[in-house]
Design a protein around this ligand. Structure first.
Ligand SMILES: [Zn+2]
Ligand SMILES: [Zn+2]
Length: 339
């Protein structure tokens, strides 16, 4: 069979490979149509690849429709000739995340076209569990664009702290995932602001239901989004995947705004667990409002602070106090100045 193999960034070769073997619970699908996703483009460019590690030869692609060619002995839900798609993520089913219903965060998670070979080849073999029938009312083109809709649905299933009903959803990027997110947000009753620099995509965003459209090329996008969001918390969904779009997400967030990064490439390397583990991260600002409780806890002896004070100095020796703090941080935690 033919397989399109990426050997190095931007170096793709079509080569002959043996057809994959079918295990007892596997389904072999003859691929008919693949939708190219942003992830494939980023992988093709080498944007996910950690510097200094060998580049794996990989077949890209994960969003496709095909016809079942062969099934294993124990497969019952599909038969040869059925029109199907295959979910691209693979999980183990037994790790703690899988057992908690978070299979997308599986300890052994793999993904077609990223960590295992994808669908830009003549045949794909996958466990039956991941194979889904495509009804006749869905065209091949639609079936090969299913994954962005699944991703968008998951955005709204991601655990958001303190959810509110009517929030404004700001979708940055109007590629397939951004557009699908706009549609799902409208279905869920949200007001949607679409942000995109390509005018044709922005027009499509409006056609698919975005209430407001913002083109960052037309001026200060953050200011415009903040004005449109009003003085209530907004939810920002970042799907564009650039550092500028990540900055815009931060700038356009209102107080208590929430940002969901969908595009991994928007997230700086040290923070990528935000996406890969769906980590929740926030900041905390000042102890405002917490003084009465702090006083009570210390008064009741429930919180100890006197141990933190290691030195005392008169005000006249203030300079020595600062020098001590700088010179011996292991010994001087906190210095009290006597006035
Ligand atoms: Zn995709
Ligand atoms: Zn697992």
């Amino acid at each position: 069979m033919r397989a399109a193999v990426l050997y190095y960034p931007r170096e793709l070769r079509i080569e002959e490979r043996p057809e994959p073997a079918v295990g007892p619970t596997d389904v072999k699908v003859a691929v008919r149509l693949t939708g190219i996703c942003g992830t494939d483009v980023h992988t093709y460019e080498g944007r996910y690849h950690p510097v200094g590690t060998p580049f794996p030869a990989r077949v890209l692609g994960h969003d496709f429709v095909g016809i079942v060619a062969e099934v294993g002995d124990r497969v019952t839900s599909v038969r040869p000739g059925d029109r199907v798609t295959v979910e691209p993520s693979r999980s183990c089913g037994v790790c703690a995340a899988c057992r908690a219903g978070a299979a997308n965060l599986c300890a052994k998670w793999t993904h077609m076209g990223m960590t295992i070979d994808g669908c830009l080849q003549d045949y794909v073999v996958a466990p039956e569990h991941y194979v889904h029938h495509i009804p006749p009312s869905i065209s091949d083109e639609e079936a090969a664009t299913l994954e962005p809709v699944a991703v968008a649905l998951h955005v709204f299933d991601a655990r958001l702290p303190d959810r509110r009903g009517d929030e404004t959803v700001v979708v940055i990027g109007a590629g397939p995932i951004g557009l699908a997110t706009i549609e799902i947000a409208k279905l869920r009753g949200h007001r949607v602001i679409a942000v995109e620099i390509v005018p044709e995509r922005l027009a499509l965003a409006a056609q698919l239901g975005a209430d407001e459209i913002v083109n960052p090329r037309d001026g200060d996008a953050a200011k415009r989004i903040l004005a449109l969001s009003g003085d209530t918390p907004n939810l920002i969904v970042e799907t564009a995947g650039t550092s500028q779009s990540a900055q815009l997400a931060m700038d356009a967030a209102t107080w208590y705004g929430r940002i969901i990064f969908v595009a991994l490439t928007a997230v700086p390397q040290p923070l990528r667990a935000l996406v890969s583990k769906e980590v929740w991260m926030t900041g905390a600002r000042t102890g405002h409002g917490s003084y009465p409780e702090a006083i009570r806890l210390i008064a009741e002896g429930k919180v100890a602070v006197s141990e933190m004070i290691t030195h005392r100095f008169p005000l006249t020796e203030l300079r020595e106090a600062f020098e001590l703090l700088l010179a011996r941080p292991g010994e001087a935690f906190r210095v009290a100045i006597e006035h």
